[in-house]
Ligand binder design. Structure first.
Ligand code: ACM
Length: 535
């Protein structure tokens, strides 16, 4: 019989084939209070039922005896980090997390298992034992090209954590804007945060805003990874501290972008609202730059409880190779001296004096070109057992690539249009020769926002392709589970449509996926959008 649909695919799922558990208005949730709140809210959104919650000691054994009809939520304290077991029978549901995050993930799985029944709602009789393949499962939101307010970031956290992502990388600074207020350098947001791409309004996060995001992420078992992109992507700095910046390098590429997408050429000290990359650079041989970075990175490090500090390092085309080498060595060590694990885009893997704890983020292609893989291997070759890679192959899981050539949303430079199938059909261990699971910290799906203004835009680009990235990050390797095929994913992710709709997620019903719809009687039907050229 068909297994129930869970995304990302769990490590193990078996279906008893027996009668389901009935979820009705009287069904109690018993146990861990925080998880109970999360489940109550999920069930209410999905079903309209408001379940009662009871403290942990009030009925666990009764539920185990099968007499109570309860949903039991417990933290066991053993098993791998983030792991959980979900056992559903006609009599009870018991979700046991190894830790609080594991229980949270079990609750998310339970939310996916709810389906309408004649008598109300049901959960199939099933046993799931689940644990992630990788410890780092990230999404990135670029809040520099277009600013996204705290409410939007929280909504993105809701969506990502439900797919068992546990890291939110915030791309806080770029040529177009500086989005985090710093007490040490207040001019950055005073002078360089007002606009976004296309002349759209800008914005920034105060310390309180940033803490609110961090706390909300923490409550959803996600940590925040702040990025200050250096030494390129720094035109915004010229508005506040012009003395720290070189003149823009106006390459043919920059002129081409201006020709194709409009906007003006970058001028130091003037807000840049175009889409070109690679023209700006901090002054590399000026000590004032490092005093600035000690302030900036020091304050960001103090504000951020998580272990990572992303220093950028991509597309520094306005910086000479020699200066780049010097800068990355020095700034990676600065970040490490602040007590953080530096993270940098893969170009930094070439730096001769890279701090040995630095994590690399690969943004090349699934089949690397132009030596991108060699640069990425630089991070795993530097002799620290902590140095690792995050995989963000741009032609698979850059969520801002167009899903449809005709949509105004998204770009195409990374071999786009990127279909759901292309987002799905790759395996992290097969991207970079010589880099296997042990050297992979995890997987991250970035969402750059040149064309992305609203939560609706985020939803339309990220869903369902973020679910494909979640599966690369969480689920067993391709070939290690019968669920890790495109056909299985297309069925399972399509079954999430009613849940996503109930949660207000404006996903794009991409072709090749069996999107389920529920009618008023609770009958479900799957409509396969013609697979067409979706390969
Ligand atoms: C990048 O896409 N420039 C990291």
């Amino acid at each position: 019989m068909a297994l129930p649909s869970v995304v990302p695919a769990p490590a193990s799922i078996t279906s008893a084939g027996s009668a389901p558990f009935a979820v009705v208005g009287e069904t109690p949730i018993v146990g861990d209070a925080e998880a109970a709140r999360a489940l109550r809210s999920l069930v209410e959104t999905r079903t309209g039922l408001t379940l009662a919650t009871r403290p942990a000691d009030a009925g666990r054994s009764a539920a185990r005896d099968g007499t109570e009809g309860a949903i039991v939520l417990e933290i066991t304290g053993d098993g791998p980090a983030d792991s959980y077991r979900l056992a559903a029978t006609e009599a009870s549901i018991v979700v046991s997390g190894a830790d609080a995050a594991g229980l949270f993930y079990g609750v998310q799985t339970l939310g996916q298992l709810l389906s309408p029944a004649a008598f109300g709602w049901q959960v199939p009789a099933v046993t799931i034992d689940d644990a992630p393949r990788f410890g780092y499962r990230g999404v990135m939101l670029d809040v520099a090209r277009h600013f996204h307010d705290v409410a939007t970031v929280k909504a993105f956290i809701d969506r990502a954590s439900a797919l068992k992502f546990n890291a939110l990388h915030l791309h806080l600074t770029d040529d177009q804007g500086w989005r985090l207020q710093l007490e040490s350098r207040p001019l950055l947001t005073e002078k360089a945060s007002a606009t976004s791409v296309g002349g759209d309004p800008g914005g920034f996060y105060s310390h309180d805003d940033y803490r609110e995001i961090i706390d909300y992420a923490g409550a959803h078992h996600m940590l925040v990874v702040p990025e200050i992109d250096l030494p390129g992507h720094t035109h915004a700095v010229t508005l506040a501290y012009p003395e720290l910046s070189e003149e823009p390098v106006l390459s043919d590429h920059i002129r081409e972008i201006v020709r194709d997408y409009g906007g003006a050429l970058p001028v130091n000290g003037v807000a840049y609202d175009g889409m070109a990359v690679g023209f700006s650079s901090l002054k590399i041989r000026d000590e004032a730059t490092y005093a600035f970075l000690a302030d900036v990175l020091g304050e960001v490090a103090r504000l951020t409880p998580g272990p990572y500090l992303h220093i950028g390092g991509d597309e520094a085309l306005g910086t000479s190779a020699e200066d780049y080498d010097y800068f990355i060595g020095r700034v990676s060590r600065l970040a490490a001296d602040l007590g953080k694990t530096p993270v940098a885009w893969h170009e930094a893997g070439t730096a001769s004096d890279l701090d040995p704890t630095t994590v690399g983020q690969f943004w090349g292609y699934v089949e690397p070109i132009d030596g991108m893989d060699a640069k990425a291997r630089g991070f795993t070759a530097i002799g620290s057992d902590r140095a690792k890679l995050i995989l963000s192959p741009a032609d698979a899981i850059y969520l801002d690539m167009k899903f449809d050539a005709d949509s105004p949303l998204g770009l195409t430079w990374a071999r786009g249009v990127t279909t759901a199938r292309r987002a799905y059909e790759w395996d992290p261990a097969e991207v970079i020769d010589g880099v296997a699971d042990e050297q992979i910290l995890g997987v991250e799906a970035p969402l750059w926002t040149e064309t992305v203004r609203t939560l609706a835009d985020i939803d339309a680009l990220a869903f369902p392709r973020a679910a494909a990235a979640a599966e690369a990050a969480w689920s067993p390797a391709v070939g290690a589970s019968e669920l890790r095929t495109w056909d299985s994913f297309a069925t399972r992710v399509g079954a999430l449509a009613p849940l996503w709709t109930s949660q207000g997620i404006g996903f794009t019903p991409l072709e090749g996926i069996d999107w389920v719809s529920e009618d008023a009687t609770g009958t479900t039907t799957a409509a396969t959008v013609d697979a067409g050229a979706d390969a």
